[in-house]
Design a protein around this ligand. Structure first.
Ligand SMILES: [Zn+2]
Ligand SMILES: [Zn+2]
Length: 249
């Protein structure tokens, strides 16, 4: 099948040793991305709200990394923790706004346990409206149930991407069926989608084949997948820049 062979040109969710429980350096991850034929890689270590995540200054300092290496564009980002029902994230705005890409998600041990579906949905939809945020991480995670349709509709309205996370299929049991539902809603509403590895080691960088197949099988079109091509990615990054320019004023 054609669809199976369609690769992506970017991976927008990867962790380095900076996250404390991941195993690749930036350079090792970029090298892996190059070897797998990717043209762009986002470095998105966990936000400071996670106990072993890097401190805020780590993210402020990411700008010292080169724009690209071995032909791979290096996007400086974060996987921030959604920190409140107001959609706030655990990185100061003046740092987050200067990053190339911000993912936000609900995570354990960040003070939001056991709030339930209504609270989770309120927090996630508010995070989607947060101008600093571009992508919602693993909404299919059964640990944090949300109203999928409410989140997908909000993402559609605000041109934010919903993530289908390859790592969830292994690390978050029960995610596959839920991701199918999410992907079908994204297909139905024309929502932007990121198919991401969530790699915690260089070996997993660019490994998105199951997430990609799940999205395509659900009817998501390639044009909706922000990391499918460099053209799609450029459009997505331009939207972020314009949104934050407006926000600064
Ligand atoms: Zn995560
Ligand atoms: Zn992650």
């Amino acid at each position: 099948m054609e669809a199976m062979e369609v690769m992506v040109e970017a991976d927008l969710h990867t962790h380095t040793v900076g996250s404390g429980h991941a195993f690749g350096t930036v350079m090792e991850n970029v090298r892996a991305a190059h070897e797998k034929g990717l043209h762009a890689l986002a470095i998105t270590d966990h936000g400071p709200g996670m106990a072993d995540g890097p401190r805020p200054y780590y993210f402020r300092n990411l700008h010292i990394l080169p724009q690209s290496y071995m032909g791979v564009m290096i996007l400086k980002g974060v996987e921030a923790n959604i920190a409140g029902s107001d959609g706030s994230i655990d990185l100061p705005a003046e740092i987050a706004r200067d990053l190339d890409i911000v993912i936000a998600g609900l995570h354990p041990a960040c003070g939001i346990e056991g709030r339930g579906l209504d609270w989770n949905t309120q927090a996630m939809t508010a995070a989607i409206r947060n101008p600093l945020v571009d992508i919602i991480a693993h909404p299919g995670n059964p640990e944090y149930p949300v109203d999928f349709e409410a989140c997908v509709l909000e993402a559609t309205r605000y041109n934010k991407a919903i993530e289908i996370n390859e790592n969830s299929f292994f690390a978050r049991p029960g995610s596959v069926e839920r991701c199918v539902v999410v992907a079908k809603l994204c297909a139905q509403h024309g929502t932007l989608v990121s198919v991401a590895s969530d790699a915690h080691s260089p070996w997993n960088v660019g490994e998105v084949s199951r997430a990609l197949k799940l999205a395509l099988d659900a009817g998501v079109r390639r044009e909706q997948i922000v990391n499918a091509s460099m053209d799609n990615l450029t459009r997505f990054l331009t939207m972020r820049r314009k949104r934050l320019e407006m926000w600064r004023r």
